[in-house]
Design a binder for this molecule. Structure first.
Ligand SMILES: [Zn+2]
Ligand SMILES: [Zn+2]
Length: 134
């Protein structure tokens, strides 16, 4: 199985060659800032399963004071990876970057303490964590 991903401008293309180990929605302040919405939804996969196909020169990572590096396209700003790619053992792949809609379910909501007043958590049965998930 291979999942394909791209940024908004199409300059960055990547492939994920293993299934996600779990999928989580993060509602933390950082994910709100970088996503332009309620947060990020990411699939966790071993970093070695990610292959950049195009646009390596466009890919940039930002290391916040707290937490792991976030990776984005420097041309269009699309958020692509979290969790410290490419140095980390595991990477969070933003589902928003996938070309085909991901068919799986969200298994957990993390940092629900940072839920915005305008956000509503869906009644999806997913586990909820005040901060980081397990
Ligand atoms: Zn782009
Ligand atoms: Zn987050």
């Amino acid at each position: 199985m291979t999942m394909r991903g791209t940024c908004l401008c199409g300059g960055v293309r990547f492939e994920v060659t293993q299934p996600f180990e779990r999928v989580a929605a993060c509602h933390c302040e950082s994910c709100k800032k970088l996503s332009g919405g309620g947060g990020t939804v990411s699939g966790r996969v071993r970093t070695e399963a990610i292959r950049l196909v195009a646009g390596a020169d466009l890919v940039k990572s930002f290391q916040p004071e707290e937490g792991s590096a976030k990776t984005f396209c420097s041309e269009c700003g699309s958020n692509l990876f979290g969790a410290g790619w490419p140095a980390s053992e595991y990477t969070s792949v933003r589902l928003s970057a996938l070309e085909e809609p991901y068919e799986g379910r969200i298994e957990s909501h993390t940092f629900v303490r940072s839920l915005a007043p305008w956000e509503t958590l869906p009644d999806d049965g997913a586990e909820r964590f005040e901060i980081r998930g397990s």
